[in-house]
Design a protein around this ligand. Structure first.
Ligand code: TEU
Length: 542
């Protein structure tokens, strides 16, 4: 797709700046490093990059705690470095999407510094402040995702402020129109600089219940991504601390601003447990709010046909004019090769099958740096950890550092070429050095080459970018679906199991020819399709 619709069906590559490429020998990645490695990203054949936060920040949550929305943190470089990076990306045909973390700020943000000085300063109600209960305890039962109560006492104001994440990430009060104006001014700053879009962090957390009602208990503890088993957060039904109806009005304001510019996009991050689907529908329908949303549906361990039929199918049934962005990995979850593979030996094959599957789904897709190398989750010691979430819940939950270790570029160099410093902020595991980019460049069978070929395959067929998708019922437990557009229909049959399978195609499905999918068997099929363990078949229908 080109023009205003470029995002529909796009492939977006997520860069975690801290771990991509260091150029100033401080053991941390930087923007100049991204510029240097842009050709690697462009060679994958993706449409856009999404940069995780690089803004001024005390880095308590690795940049998801912003102290200045309109500047680059010195550890990452300068605004001039950013402009140079964006120009180089555009030169290579890559769009640039940046993270906007506007649900909360850092406690060092000047807005909060001012807000906490008194109950009557100009920014007094820019955050969610409330009096204690008569017994001095927190205003209600809301919890922080990162552990403990969702309220922190401030001794100067003698009030509590609300935070969904760390105590150093106070929540902005979106009920105040001045807050909306201020965050939109920051968004405008980046639009004017030429960014192509925004990933909106925790987009459903912007508004909390005005009356601050208690959340009821969860009937079933959620567990999983929103809150690992060890986290009491999953014991509540989060009816009141997020996903309030007022958000729709704000998202319309956001879109109206965006629409004053050409060809810009938004992808909202929606973690809303069982309600994610309704939330995505509400946020992306109508063409006057978000362009796409990103859910956690495919970020768990489930790699079964039933799971994909349910998540992807539910989405299509319920979100008629909205659009989703699928991902298997990001900077918050265990790398998918480690979640989906049953043994170390099958990891490369699982990495290949997973991208073949992801790139045939209806939706846009997000790749996370390093997955194009088939990197498994890094095993870290407690002493290595930097993620406050992991440090808090270790060892029941090991946190998010295992997916945030630096990119391995050159196998034989120290820290696999990530940094020339003595110490890297997180270690590069030796298993990752063996999977470094230079090694995989030299191996035609590598996961890296498979990614390039598979993304080229996706570009070759318009049906894959934004065509219709229909799931087929087969007797055997495989994932079978068609994608079609403009009179061309492609059939895909995925065997996600470890046993070969012979699949009888449903009556009415007539194959015209077999299409070779990169990296997988091309055996001709008739009324039955024969698949090896962890295999896929593609055919064109008559
Ligand atoms: O994550 C939102 C979120 O809901 C996380 O708590 C998620 O459930 C968890 O990380 C899964 O392990 C976003 C960012 O992606 C994350 O890195 C930030 O820490 C968080 O917002 C706060 O800004």
């Amino acid at each position: 797709a080109a023009g205003a619709d470029w995002w529909r069906g796009a492939v977006i590559y997520q860069v975690y700046p801290r771990s991509f490429q260091d150029t100033d020998a401080n053991g941390l990645g930087d923007i100049k490093g991204i510029t240097r490695r842009l050709p690697h990203i462009a060679a994958l054949g993706v449409d856009a990059i999404w940069l995780a936060p690089f803004f001024t920040s005390p880095m308590a949550d690795m940049g998801y705690d912003v102290a200045d929305y309109c500047d680059v943190d010195p550890i990452f470089g300068t605004l001039a470095d950013f402009d140079e990076m964006m120009a180089a990306a555009h030169e290579l045909g890559l769009k640039v999407i940046i993270d906007q973390v506007i649900s909360h700020t850092s406690d060092r943000h000047p807005w909060f510094v001012e807000s906490r000085t008194s109950r009557d300063n100009p920014k007094a109600d820019w955050y969610v402040w409330a009096d204690p209960k008569p017994d001095g305890t927190a205003p209600n039962n809301w919890l922080s995702i990162f552990g403990g109560p969702g309220w922190e006492w401030d001794g100067v104001r003698r009030q509590y402020y609300q935070h969904n994440f760390l105590t150093s990430q106070p929540d902005l009060n979106f009920h105040n129109p001045k807050v909306q104006d201020a965050v939109l001014a920051a968004v405008k700053f980046w639009l004017d600089r030429g960014v192509d879009g925004f990933r909106l962090d925790t987009v459903n957390y912007y508004f909390c219940d005005k009356e601050l009602r208690d959340n009821p208990p969860a009937l079933v503890a959620t567990g999983g991504l929103d809150a690992p088993e060890s986290n009491p957060y999953g014991m509540q039904n989060h009816l009141y601390d997020k996903t309030q109806p007022e958000n729709i009005g704000f998202l319309k304001r956001f879109r109206a601003l965006l629409d004053q510019y050409e060809d810009r996009t938004t992808v909202g991050e929606v973690g809303d447990g069982a309600r994610s689907l309704q939330t995505v529908a509400a946020y992306t329908s109508g063409g006057d709010k978000l362009h796409m949303c990103y859910t956690f549906d495919l970020l768990g361990p489930d790699f079964t046909p039933a799971h994909f039929r349910r998540c992807v199918g539910d989405f299509q049934d319920n979100v008629v004019d909205g659009w989703v962005c699928w991902a298997f990995s990001n900077h918050d979850v265990q790398r998918h090769v480690s979640r989906f593979a049953e043994t170390e030996e099958e990891q490369p094959r699982v990495a290949k099958l997973a991208i073949s599957l992801l790139s045939t789904l209806r939706g846009s897709i997000c790749l996370y740096q390093g997955e194009e190398l088939g990197l498994p989750e890094a095993e870290l010691a407690f002493e290595d950890l930097r993620d406050p979430y992991g440090i808090r819940f270790w060892p029941a939950f090991k946190g998010r550092d295992g997916c945030r270790t630096p990119m391995p570029w050159e196998a034989s160099r120290a820290h696999a070429g990530f940094t020339t410093a003595d110490k890297s902020w997180l270690p590069v595991p030796y298993q990752h050095a063996a999977l470094a980019v230079d090694k995989q460049e030299a191996d035609g069978d590598s996961v890296l080459h498979h990614y390039r070929q598979t993304l080229a395959f996706r570009r070759d067929y318009a049906a894959l970018r934004d065509g219709d998708m229909t799931f087929l019922d087969t007797k055997e437990d495989v994932l079978a679906f068609t994608r079609s557009k403009g009179g061309e229909t492609l059939l895909f049959v995925f065997n996600l199991s470890r046993k070969p399978v012979k699949v009888a195609l449903p009556k009415g499905i007539k194959l015209a020819k077999t299409i070779a999918m990169p990296g997988f068997g091309t055996a001709d099929a008739g009324a039955t399709v024969v698949l090896a363990a962890l295999d896929v078949y593609c055919g064109k229908l008559a």
